[in-house]
Design a protein around this ligand. Structure first.
Ligand code: HEC
Length: 102
């Protein structure tokens, strides 16, 4: 009985380890809410918007992908994307400027 219990506990501990690893990956939307929304308002949902000079999420969606990418990698917004893993950066780009936009 106790033997089984310790196997169970070990599985739980390992399980929580996996959960932690999974949480390190952030979706593009989560990264946006954490890093960008404090300044950029989403005028549809009303989230964020601390800086009235910052274009709204919708306005960013009308910019070209290249313009947004440049702002985030070498332009005025580059400090806000520091430390993002490449996959999250990709998802953030897709969240900002969806692929099917012209
Ligand atoms: C501290 C406030 C602040 C944060 C945080 C912030 N921004 Fe900005 N952002 C601004 C302001 C103000 C402007 C307008 C002036 C400028 O372009 O520098 C701007 C402009 C932009 C532009 C337009 C650039 C252009 O070419 O006109 C984009 C795109 C953008 N931000 C994306 C983001 C993204 C994505 C994040 C999160 C990773 C982010 N910003 C985080 C304040 C912020």
């Amino acid at each position: 009985m106790f033997k089984h219990l310790s196997v169970f506990v070990a599985a739980l501990v390992m399980g929580s380890g996996f959960t932690l690893a999974a949480q390190q990956h952030q979706s593009g939307e989560a990264a946006y809410l954490q890093r960008c929304a404090p300044c950029h308002i989403n005028t549809v949902s009303g989230e964020g918007g601390g800086d009235e000079r910052a274009p709204t999420l919708e306005a960013i969606g009308f910019m070209s992908r290249e313009r947004v990418r440049t702002a985030l990698t070498s332009g005025s917004m580059r400090t806000h994307t520091e430390g993002l893993e490449p996959q999250t950066f990709k998802e953030l780009m897709l969240f900002l400027v969806p692929d099917d936009s012209p």
